[in-house]
Unconditional design. Structure first.
Lengths: 497, 284
């Protein structure tokens, strides 16, 4: 056993209101710089939809992630031979049009324009060329457009759905959408790290944050191709690639990452997971149907004596083990099993888990064409969901519908149990049936309810102390280093800026 | 330019050190070691007969010619150029490792061997007719084997092909670091080759065969092969490789462009939002 700690996340999609506060918080802190305007380390997508960059999930286009290769795995679009072959033109990278051309407005015209017949307007100006431009697209251009033929109908996750199934989704009565906020998954088997020819990308030993060394990056952009989530972005101004850093300077000082701290719906949870690094290869190269189960098995019980002993032998601080025991992520993912990884079939073993959205059917059209807004039971049961299970399975379980059903049954059981507690108008049998279908009991349902709805800041974010003072006190005065962590260059890069 | 002075100086320095160890050598030894491969007293070999050379040329001229005949020919000394032309434009190896005293002791040896000035001029010597030796087919075959390294020399000297090239259909391309020996027999003849093979005057070759001398049978066999190679040289195809080089280069370039074209064709040709953008109205 090689026990390591990983700072992991859970996003509760039922709670996301799609306000983009997280994206703005992140942008204001990290990517409000020249060359970084188009980067959205955190973005919120509408699903069904094509996401950002457009169709990022379609690896036939972008060749991201790993693919199984006999007993092992290899990078789909990078790696030694493929990388060498493509090293000077990188044919599978998203282009600026797949993202969007960033722009601002010439606000000064509103004040300085000479008097005329028309009211002055602020024209859009490209942040790349500096010239006036037509705004053609944006990072959330398809926001809330759940029925649009350009975006929603081109969702990559429809690939396994038959045409009638897809069509029924776009009937007015069933039409639905949910949001999918995304940040870097800080994967256990990161494709970006595996693809970098310069060795600039690395996974931090102490907390598993994946970072790009700005001094070693040589702009090969293999990570842009390799990351299946398209969360590595190339900064054309500095000539370096950049990605979400999980606000490590904030984590090191005990604060939650900016996107999580600012989250209006309080959908985000952060905590430590202990995992067995010896099993990474086995998990990443296993059969597609076992991917989720095997990934769940790689995370270990932080209360087990054996695990604690092995973690200590690996040099892990006791405070980190304590944080792992209190971790809300551990509860959602391992204890209650109601959070699932996004696109596990990319085989990167992502560490951002999603509680899938409920989206229950509230009405239907019967055979006589009559709009029926009553259902037999509360929330109509999971079989009546507006989004087909196949769709959610394509997002979260590599096609395993039963896994999604299990999670949704438990979430429904929690709702029905809480209805019973707060209103008490449901027949006993219905409650019992829901609890048994959801494989849960009132105690567990109450804990899930509590952490979902009432959790305080300290329950949602259990950040292990970074002990930076210990790691630097041997070589420098800790007081001097205080307040020096941040993003930027210690040495000017040779080109750019 | 610093370096270009350094290396000759270093070379001379090392040679000078070597000379201290050879200080006790007299004219005879020095002559045998440095001159006898190409020169004889009393007859022409590869180079001119040296009898009475002290009468023919001034000591100053001899000193500088022996040290570096190359330099004198390049400088355009009329006598040096004349000799060079007379002897099939074969250059005499520079003897930079010999000190003035060494050369003087060699000259003294030659003088001692030469008849008195008066006698020498009176006695008109008949030019000696050198008859080429006929070699057997076995000798030629064995010579080829020795040259190409298929058979080793008895004392373990390196095979000729590692440094020399001979254009012959039975032979692989040889080394390019020393002279092409295809027509060496025509220039040197039996005696010259025997001299060089017996006691190599060229520094690199001397070092290579130091303690690994060829015996007389081997010398004869290698000479036999070289004679044969010279005789048949005009019938051998010249392997320049130019056409392979050109064809290979052209073909390779074509293949490269083909591979690039195939790869270029499989690139992403349009962005994922190409159709959407195409539809949009433009104001600029």
């Amino acid at each position: 056993m090689d026990i390591r700690s990983q700072v992991s996340m859970v996003f509760h999609l039922d709670k996301c209101i799609g306000c983009h506060t997280c994206s703005i918080a992140c942008k204001n802190i990290w990517t409000d710089r020249k060359g970084a305007e188009y980067m959205w380390w955190n973005n919120v997508e509408t699903k069904p939809g094509t996401g950002y960059p457009t169709k990022w999930e379609d690896q036939d286009i972008y060749k991201g992630g790993w693919e199984r290769n006999g007993d092992s795995i290899s990078l789909k679009g990078a790696g030694k031979l493929k990388g060498l072959k493509n090293i000077f033109h990188n044919p599978h990278m998203p282009v600026l049009e797949d993202y969007y051309e960033p722009w601002t407005y010439k606000y000064s015209d509103l004040f300085d324009a000479p008097e005329g017949d028309d009211q002055p307007t602020a024209r859009p100006v490209s942040l790349v060329t500096g010239k006036p431009m037509d705004v053609q697209s944006g990072p959330n251009w398809d926001d809330d457009l759940s029925g649009s033929p350009d975006y929603a109908r081109n969702d990559v996750n429809f690939k396994d759905l038959s045409v009638p199934e897809q069509e029924s989704l776009f009937q007015l009565e069933r039409m639905t959408f949910h949001y999918l906020p995304r940040i870097c998954n800080h994967c256990l088997n990161p494709a970006c790290v595996g693809s970098c020819p310069s060795g600039a990308l690395y996974k931090r030993g102490e907390d598993g944050v994946v970072l790009i060394n700005q001094e070693r990056c040589r702009a090969w952009r293999m990570c842009v191709t390799a990351c299946p989530y398209k969360k590595s972005y190339y900064n054309w101004n500095t000539g370096k690639s950049e990605k979400c850093i999980l606000c490590y300077p904030r984590l090191e000082s005990g604060q939650a990452p900016a996107c999580m701290h600012s989250c209006v719906g309080r959908i985000r949870y952060l905590g430590v997971m202990l995992y067995d690094a010896d099993k990474i290869h086995e998990v990443a190269s296993c059969d597609e149907k076992d991917l989720v189960d095997k990934q769940m098995a790689i995370y270990l019980d932080p209360f087990s004596e054996e695990v604690i002993e092995a973690a200590k032998a690996n040099g892990m601080a006791e405070s980190t083990i304590r944080a792992a025991q209190l971790s809300p992520v551990y509860k959602f993912v391992k204890k209650w099993k109601i959070a699932l990884p996004l696109h596990p079939e990319f085989r990167t073993i992502p560490n951002l888990f999603y509680v899938p959205p409920m989206l229950p059917a509230m009405a239907s059209v019967d055979s006589e064409g009559i709009y029926e807004s009553t259902t037999k039971s509360l929330w109509a049961g999971i079989d009546q969901y507006r989004l087909p299970m196949k769709y959610l399975a394509s997002l979260f379980t590599a096609g395993n519908e039963q896994k999604v059903k299990d999670v949704l049954s438990k979430l429904l059981a929690v709702k029905i149990h809480r209805r019973d507690v707060t209103v008490g108008d449901l027949p006993r049998e219905e409650i019992e049936e829901a609890l048994s279908l959801g494989h849960t009991d009132p105690t567990e349902a109450d804990s899930i309810f509590r952490l979902t709805s009432l959790a305080t800041f300290n329950e949602r974010f259990v950040i292990p102390p970074a002990h930076r003072e210990e790691s630097i006190e041997m070589i420098e005065a800790t007081a001097d280093a205080k307040g020096e962590t941040g993003f930027g260059f210690k040495m000017q890069p040779a080109r750019g800026l | 330019m610093k370096i270009s002075y350094k290396y000759p100086a270093l070379f001379i320095g090392i040679m000078a050190c070597c000379l201290f160890t050879a200080n006790g050598q007299d004219g005879v030894t020095l002559f045998k070691k440095n001159c006898a491969a190409c020169h004889k007293l009393g007859s022409r070999l590869v180079g001119p007969d040296l009898i009475g050379i002290d009468q023919k040329r001034s000591e100053e001229w001899l000193l500088s010619f022996i040290r570096s005949s190359n330099a004198m020919i390049e400088a355009g000394d009329p006598d040096a150029v004349a000799i060079y032309k007379e002897y099939n434009e074969t250059i005499m190896t520079d003897m930079l490792h010999l000190s003035d005293d060494d050369i003087r002791s060699i000259l003294a040896y030659i003088k001692e061997k030469s008849p008195a000035p008066g006698v020498a001029s009176q006695e008109k010597k008949e030019p000696v007719e050198v008859k080429p030796i006929e070699y057997s087919a076995e000798d030629i075959q064995q010579g080829l084997r020795l040259f190409s390294g298929q058979a080793g020399f008895v004392k373990g000297g390196p095979s000729c092909i590692s440094c020399h090239h001979v254009n012959n259909k039975d032979l692989l391309s040889g080394g390019l670091i020393a002279k092409d020996l295809t027509n060496v027999y025509g220039r040197m003849a039996d005696a010259g080759l025997a001299g060089i093979l017996g006691a190599p005057p060229f520094p690199a070759m001397a070092t290579a065969y130091n303690n690994h001398e060829l015996d007389s049978t081997e010398i004869a066999q290698v000479t036999a092969f070289l004679k044969h190679a010279d005789n048949v040289s005009h019938t051998q195809p010249v392997k320049t490789g130019t056409h392979i080089f050109l064809l290979g280069g052209g073909g390779g370039l074509f293949l490269l462009f083909l591979v690039i074209a195939i790869h270029w064709n499989s690139r992403l040709k349009a962005s994922t939002k190409h159709d959407i953008y195409k539809r949009q109205l433009k104001s600029i």
